[in-house]
Structure formats: structure tokens, C-alpha cells
Design a protein around this ligand. Structure first.
Ligand code: 13P
Length: 248
């Protein structure tokens, strides 16, 4: 059985004050969450603060990104080993905002994935197609390319302790969600791609859906066989909505 995971990606949002309020709101409602793992991914600068606020709770902590380098003269970067020191479990890599706004290539994302794994953290590898790619029926080709770059770099074994998030770019922050059928189709494709290399790994890996997931649509999405949780942007900034998704 794959335990569902619902992770909040706070992106570039928050202040010391609002982050504190958000965590206390989530903690206050955690008693109604059953059998679902919950994680939050604040901006780097708030990791230590949020770590303190999460003490004694079951909520996991994650970072939104990390450097492709281990250490050295790379101004502005944050390494996976630093992230590990601050009590994180997860690191998101290859989010579409990194790929599309900051030009991160498949190979660059694969190097980050390897850094995360090398530091005993769990990568949440994001994959997903743009609207144009979907309209040109390139969805599976794009996802295969994004997965294969990581497989080539780290091998199938590295997916034994990793998470994949399918985030169609056209659904992120747009209010347009993939239908449960559309999402399931891609999730099944991801699993089958991994199954070609290792059946056990493909059966165990958790594949999250991300892209305008809300309390109203989370239940139907999570009922699909290959959808094992969600990576939540906008709705993770409101404790009530976030918790409602975890209980959907
Ligand atoms: P939204 O939930 O705001 O669409 O963002 C999804 C996302 O990008 C999570 O990583």
C-alpha cells in the first residue's frame, strides 16, 4: 500500500508572521487527518523557523529546490547537505516554474535529483507538459524525456526512495485542473515507464498530482488508482483548504 502524501508548496509566499499563522492553523487541525502524510515546503529562508514551529507534530518539512552543486563558489545557491541540516525530509526538484521561468534543463534537474539522493533526502521530481505540448499530443513524449534524463543520470534504483509529481503546466495556478481521467492516464504512463526497468520500484513509488488541486476536486483525483496524493500550491496557503485536501 502506498501511503498518500499531501505536500504544500508555498512558492514565493509568506512572511514570518503569515508563515507562523499558517503552521499553527495546520497544526490545530491535524487531528482530523487520517492515514495521510502531510508535508510543507516553505521558502529556504523560513525553513529553520518552520522547523521550530513543527516540533512535536507529524508534519514533514521540505525545501522547494536545491543546488545542482555540492559546495563551492556558487553565489546564491543552497546545497542539499545544508537543507538536510535543517531537518528536511523532501526536496522538490524540476518544478515547472524552475524549468520554464529559470530555464532549468532536464540534465540540470537530474543533477539536482542526484544531489538530493546523495544527501539522504527524498526528491519530489516534478514532470509535466505545457498546453502547447498537450495540444500537439506530445504529453507522453515530454514526460518520458523528463523521466529518462533522471533515469540516465541516477538509474532506476534511485527511484526506490523518491516521489514523482505530475504537474501539467497548463493547470498550475490557472484554476484549470486536469480531469481525474486525464491525470490518471499520465500517472499510469509514468508508472509503466518505470515498470519497464523495475516492477517493484514502479509499484511502490508515490506519484502526486499538482495543478489547481482544491478541496472540491481533490477527492475525485485521489480516487484514481495511480494518484497517491497532491502537491498543492495556492490552496496550501490556507490552513483550512490544505487540511480539507488531506482529508478528501
Ligand atoms: P497550484 O496548486 O497553485 O496550481 O500550484 C500547483 C503547484 O505548482 C504545486 O507545486
Amino acid at each position: 500500500m502506498r501511503q498518500p502524501l499531501v505536500a504544500g508548496n508555498w512558492k514565493l509566499n509568506g512572511s514570518l508572521e503569515s508563515v507562523s499563522a499558517l503552521v499553527s492553523g495546520i497544526r490545530a487541525q491535524m487531528s482530523i487527518v487520517r492515514d495521510t502524510e502531510v508535508a510543507v515546503c516553505p521558502p529556504f529562508i523560513y525553513l529553520q523557523h518552520v522547523r521550530q514551529l513543527l516540533k512535536g507534530s507529524e508534519i514533514s518539512l521540505g525545501a522547494q529546490d536545491c543546488s545542482d552543486q555540492a559546495e563551492g563558489a556558487y553565489t546564491g545557491e543552497v546545497s542539499a547537505s545544508m537543507i538536510r541540516e535543517f531537518g528536511c525530509t523532501y526536496v522538490i526538484v524540476g518544478h515547472s516554474e524552475r524549468r520554464h521561468i529559470y530555464g532549468e534543463s532536464d540534465a540540470f534537474v537530474a543533477a539536482k535529483f542526484a544531489q538530493v539522493r546523495d544527501n539522504n533526502l527524498i526528491p519530489i521530481l516534478c514532470v509535466g507538459e505545457t498546453l502547447e505540448e498537450r495540444e500537439q499530443e506530445q504529453t507522453e513524449a515530454v514526460i518520458a524525456r523528463q523521466l529518462d534524463a533522471v533515469l540516465k543520470h541516477s538509474g532506476i534504483g534511485a527511484f526506490g526512495n523518491a516521489i514523482i509529481a505530475y504537474e501539467p503546466v497548463w493547470a498550475i495556478g490557472t484554476g484549470k485542473t486536469a480531469t481525474p481521467g486525464q491525470a490518471q492516464q499520465v500517472h499510469a504512463f509514468v508508472r509503466s515507464r518505470l515498470k519497464e526497468q523495475d516492477e517493484r520500484v514502479s509499484g511502490l513509488i508515490r506519484i502526486l498530482y499538482g495543478g489547481s488541486m482544491k478541496p472540491e476536486n481533490a477527492g475525485a483525483l485521489m480516487q484514481e488508482e495511480d494518484i497517491d496524493g497532491g502537491l498543492i500550491g495556492g490552496a496550501s496557503l490556507k490552513a483550512e483548504d490544505f487540511i480539507a485536501i488531506t482529508t478528501a
